[in-house]
Design a protein around this ligand. Structure first.
Ligand code: PDD
Length: 287
């Protein structure tokens, strides 16, 4: 089935959707994005994603597209047109397409931002077999730029990290800077020791995950102890449990780090419980 996608105000078949070769997203990775999951045909954590998107635009001095206040309607319309029950909506905004390539930002009066959204249909997303088995990861040096708190489309290094994991026969990679874990290639990283959930504090070094914020809130509401601080790979290998969070994986247990088994080598009870709580509570307030 041909997807219907959204490009600059129009709903079009994916085969007819076009963006200029001068688009700054294409030439300079001058763009920001969001991935919002869909469960039961509804959007999970839409408000959180919308707020982070506005922050990303602000931090990069990128003009707000006119459609910004109507993005919820656009997301819902794409869900409806494509009949999505479980999956994701990808949204990207770039600084637009000026007449030529130039390092200087174009005049926002004449160059309007480019806005693209499309759906990714993923039946069974919430019931993923990987969540029952857990994933295996490697550690790699974090070689990204210094403003990882902005959700830009500069994803080359994370993409290379995934390939390094794949080449090693594993599922993903955690990135390490100055001896401490920053985050996963496309997710936030956590360990659990003596019933305390430990995850890196917020800062410019990591993306402020929307799933992270929700999971930590639910954990605190369930009287679980949370510590927001750095940890090393050695500490993670000694942990009772480990897991990642993101809009596309929710809470996903990690059972091996650099060939060292974590806990019993199967998803631990706290990660499994957090996944359940996250899915239940998020479904209740999905829009
Ligand atoms: N990635 N850290 C990084 C580097 C990410 O790319 C992501 C999300 C996260 C988790 O953020 P959230 O909980 O808001 O999804 C953390 C998305 C899913 C992606 O690039 O596909």
């Amino acid at each position: 089935m041909t997807r219907t996608v959204y490009v600059n105000g129009e709903y079009l078949p994916e085969t007819e959707a076009k963006v200029s070769i001068f688009d700054r997203g294409f030439l300079m990775a001058d763009g920001v994005y969001e991935v919002t999951s869909v469960l039961d045909g509804k959007l999970i954590d839409f408000d959180g994603h919308a707020k982070r998107l506005e922050r990303s635009l602000r931090e990069l001095d990128m003009p707000h597209p006119d459609v910004l206040p109507d993005l919820l309607d656009v997301h819902r319309e794409l869900v409806r047109l494509n009949g999505i029950e479980e999956g994701m909506i990808y949204l990207q905004i770039t600084r637009g397409a000026p007449d030529d390539r130039d390092f200087v930002f174009p005049d926002p009066e004449t160059t309007k931002p480019t806005v693209v959204l499309f759906t990714q249909n993923k039946p069974g997303l919430a019931n993923s077999p990987a969540a029952k088995k857990g994933i295996k990861i490697i550690s790699i040096e974090d070689q990204r730029w210094a403003r990882r708190d902005i959700k830009t489309v500069q994803l080359l290094f994370p993409s290379m990290g995934k390939m390094m994991a794949k080449a090693a026969g594993k599922d993903d990679a955690w990135m390490v800077e100055d001896g401490a874990v920053t985050e996963g290639t496309s997710n936030n990283a956590y360990i659990i020791k003596d019933n305390t959930i430990i995850t890196r504090h917020l800062g410019n070094e990591i993306l402020h995950g929307i799933t992270r914020a929700a999971v930590l809130r639910f954990a605190k509401e369930a009287q679980m102890k949370v510590e927001e601080r750095s940890f090393t790979i050695a500490e993670a290998q000694e942990a009772d449990e480990a897991f990642i969070t993101s809009a596309s994986t929710f809470v996903m247990p990690v059972v091996e780090i650099d060939d060292v088994t974590i806990g019993t080598g199967t998803p631990g009870p706290i990660a499994a419980r957090l996944r359940e709580i996250y899915l239940d509570e998020s479904r209740k307030v999905a829009v």
